[in-house]
Design a protein around this ligand. Structure first.
Ligand SMILES: Nc1ncnc2c1ncn2[C@@H]1O[C@H](COP(=O)(O)OP(=O)(O)O)[C@@H](O)[C@H]1O
Ligand SMILES: [Mg+2]
Length: 321
């Protein structure tokens, strides 16, 4: 993130000083820091780069995320948003740099990390109840790992009592009480998303990774799910990374954005990142950010067919789960 390379589209040198000023405003830090009260960042990404199929997907990413922070990950198709999520899960190796999640290097199956992969949904033929799906997150049949052994539990409660209570608690957190006993395949996309998020929350993760959970929802449900996520990151203290296509439904809820394009990354508050100046530097070509009368942000001239936006249709890494 130290500098923008010559633009792949125009070949023009992008002045380093300009990006540096964006970085300063955008609070991008590579320095380890300790928050007030000794709280450590829950995610720390330092000088991280990823190469896949011999191509750099993004490079030199620096980011520290506090407990309870809500981060949206944005960028054109193929810019490496899912790759960033998978790097935090230990599903994609870094070619340079380091990531720590809750103090340790990413690895699969950690209770500290909740994950909802991209495009996960259920057809009408799926009869499992939402409540049972959420329970799978605890029992280890899914991304989650099993409950601790009985000996480590307290009081007279059985494992099954504790599990039932925890499942009910997360169902209430996402406001899905009225949905949880219906077959999940019969619920709408937004209702399914709530239960998928509940499933990812059931192990009390410190970090929640949601890959396009708003995809296929209409605008009002996108806002509803965003507000649920905001509330639960505050309640549970989990840091949330949410990959999205459109910043608008998230504007009033997120703390910061990670914006990926052309192999480069900018991090900052929405009003710092979604600007004509910052996005033009990031894309290496002239784009314009307009605000509509109802307060929505529209990016005009955003290139789609950039080198990093090519799709190679390699094996889906999520399939390795
Ligand atoms: N296993 C892989 N091998 C080679 N290239 C890959 C692999 N997985 C993903 N890619 C490529 O990496 C780029 C970023 O992919 P991805 O992170 O899925 O983008 P996004 O989520 O932003 O749409 C794409 O060009 C994609 O084709
Ligand atoms: Mg993706």
């Amino acid at each position: 993130m130290s500098e923008l390379k010559p633009s792949p589209l125009t070949g023009a040198e992008t002045p380093r000083a300009s990006l540096a000023s964006v970085e300063t405003r955008a609070r991008v830090t590579a320095e380890p820091r300790t928050l007030a009260g000794g709280v450590q960042p829950v995610v720390r990404i330092e000088c991280a780069s990823v190469e896949l199929g011999g191509r750099t997907i993004w490079e030199n990413v620096n980011l520290e995320v506090d407990p309870g922070e809500f981060i949206a990950v944005l960028g054109p198709n193929g810019s490496g948003k899912s790759t960033l999520i998978k790097a935090m899960l230990g599903l994609v190796p870094l070619s340079r740099g380091s990531i720590t999640v809750d103090g340790v290097s990413p690895r699969r199956g950690r209770r500290a990390v909740g994950y909802v992969p991209q495009r996960r949904s259920f057809g009408p033929e799926v009869h499992v109840r939402g409540r049972d799906l959420v329970r799978l997150g605890l029992d280890g049949n899914h991304w989650g790992v099993p409950l601790p052994p009985v000996g480590r539990l307290w009081g007279r409660e059985t494992r099954s009592d504790i599990a039932r209570k925890r499942v009910q608690q997360v169902i209430e957190m996402v406001g899905a009480e009225a949905l949880a006993d219906r077959p999940i395949g019969k619920l709408s996309g937004g209702e399914q998303q709530r239960l998928l998020i509940a499933e990812a929350l059931v192990t009390e993760p410190r970090v929640l990774l949601l890959d396009e959970p708003l995809d296929s929802l209409d605008l009002s449900h996108q806002q509803e799910v965003s507000s649920v996520i905001r509330e639960l990151s505050e309640q549970s203290g989990a840091a949330v990374f949410l990959v999205a296509h459109d910043v608008n439904p998230l504007l009033q809820y997120v703390d910061r954005l990670v914006y990926l394009a052309a192999g480069q990354v900018v991090v900052g508050k929405p009003e710092e990142v979604i600007t004509t100046e910052t996005l033009s530097l990031l894309y290496g070509t002239s784009v314009e950010v307009l605000r509509t009368s109802d307060g929505r942000l529209v990016v005009v001239g955003q290139p789609e067919g950039m080198p990093c936006a090519e799709h190679h249709h390699g094996p889906e890494l999520a399939a390795k789960r």
